[in-house]
Design a protein around this ligand. Structure first.
Ligand code: SF4
Length: 434
């Protein structure tokens, strides 16, 4: 094998802070009710909208997601609970299917620190796929609380923006009635600005990964963005991302690599296998290849998306020209962001997919693309094989493997290895120890 270039590495300074933020925000989710705040059961809440209620916290339907994904026996128990209650696997998102298990076993409202009951007030969800919307509806029924789903059309331009803005106003009516709380527009405005800003910074961090060597790999990116998922509207989360961006820019300036070797650059499309998150990155790393992003890794950013599917960070708030004087302005701005700037809500938009996959591979200087044909996520799997043809026609090597993001019963390590190894060899790579 030819001589492999080695790059310097350096521990990530943000790691400890990310963990501390995640711990604190998760703890707050179990203490909010005692402090008079509103507890919202949800997967993907409308963060800035809920901020208008004052103190609120996000409670996952499945609070033991990470525990389950690290422990196959527990994960299986949750899936089997959902199966037994008449929600057969394969008919919904596999992560949501696992959530259903936790929900039906009563874990959504059981405080993990003392085992006591800790109720939620409402279910509020932003729909980016039908599985999420359906789970919210069932969660409302099981928990016995009112639910609201903010549906964001995958396309539709100005009409879609108008529709979402109207639904945001309806959501405020719903929230004030369901919780008995007053709604504070000044808190909404502040949270919308924070949420926009942290998303733009996340996009800039993802862009920094275009550098050779890449300063972050896929796993680092996934972990880096966790505070955005836990509380993306909060000033402390915005401050965290400002510091992460500065650190990543320093790494790029100093030529620091995520893994120390970069025999090939790869992009990963689709959800990871959350219960085996290291399997594919480790396999690629044995060949010196680095996975440096993809739809999931980048989709928490706030982007400008061109009609050809090219992503660039949206402008900082002060450069958008927006003036948020009142609730109407703010809801319109937020609706525009949901419809235009958040790729999460385009995951089933097939017309964009081939161009988006191609630009991502080309712009991030990748030689190959790994595609997860996920039985648990038909939205992201749809259009993938068509996109693969476009990638191959532009000399980007592709490999598609079949598994599931949240249900290990669909995962065959041998089968995935048998798909990935020839792909890596096709890129001219050999295991580094050879
Ligand atoms: S993984 Fe796919 S099906 Fe599941 S919630 Fe996400 S988009 Fe929906």
């Amino acid at each position: 094998m030819s001589v492999v270039t080695r790059y310097p590495t350096r521990p990530l300074e943000f790691w400890g802070r990310m963990k501390e933020l995640r711990r604190n925000l998760n703890r707050r989710a179990w203490e909010t009710r005692e402090r008079g705040g509103v507890v919202v059961a949800t997967q993907n809440p409308p963060y800035p909208l809920l901020a208008g209620l004052g103190e609120w916290a996000r409670r996952l339907y499945g609070p033991y997601f990470t525990v389950a994904m690290r422990n196959p026996e527990i994960l299986l128990q949750y899936h089997e609970a959902a199966d037994a209650h008449g929600y057969p696997r394969g008919e919904m998102c596999s992560s949501m299917h696992h959530y259903m298990g936790e929900l039906l076993l009563g874990l959504t409202t059981m405080n993990p620190s003392n085992g006591e009951s800790s109720p939620v007030d409402v279910v509020v969800e932003v729909e980016f796929c039908n599985s999420v919307a359906k789970t919210a509806q069932i969660a409302g029924e099981v928990l016995g609380v009112p639910h609201f789903v903010l549906d964001v059309p995958q396309e539709g331009g100005e009409a879609a923006i108008k529709y979402v803005a109207a639904r945001l106003h309806e959501a405020v009516d719903f929230l004030t009635k369901a919780t008995g709380k007053e709604y504070h527009d000044e808190l909404l405005v502040e949270a919308v600005k924070n949420w926009w800003e942290q998303g733009v910074i996340i996009a800039k961090i993802c862009m920094a990964n275009q550098a050779v060597p890449a300063p972050l790999d896929f796993r680092m990116l996934q972990e880096m963005r966790v505070p955005s998922i836990v509380g993306g509207h909060l000033p402390e989360v915005l401050a965290y991302f400002e510091d992460v961006l500065a650190e990543i820019n320093d790494r790029v300036h100093d030529g620091i690599s995520a893994t120390g070797v970069e025999t090939a650059r790869l992009v990963y499309e689709g959800e990871p296998m959350f219960y085996a998150e290291n399997f594919i990155p480790d396999l690629c790393q044995r060949y010196g290849a680095v996975i440096l992003g993809g739809f999931t890794g980048f989709s928490r950013g706030v982007w400008d998306i061109s009609p050809e599917g090219r992503w660039a960070p949206a402008p900082r708030f002060k450069d958008t020209g927006a003036v948020l004087k009142n609730r109407d302005d703010t809801m319109e701005f937020l609706a525009r962001c949901y419809v235009n700037n958040r790729p999460l809500y385009h995951c089933a938009k097939l017309g964009e997919k081939s161009g988006e996959y191609l630009h991502r591979a080309v712009d991030w200087k990748c030689q190959g693309s790994i595609l997860h044909l996920d039985v648990g996520c038909r939205n992201q799997a749809a259009g993938m094989l068509e996109a693969a043809q476009v990638l191959e026609a532009h000399d980007i090597a592709t490999v598609a493997y079949e598994s599931s993001n949240g249900d290990a019963r669909y995962f065959s390590p041998h089968q995935v290895t048998d798909r990935l190894e020839p792909f890596l060899e096709r890129l001219g790579l050999r295991p580094l120890e050879d």
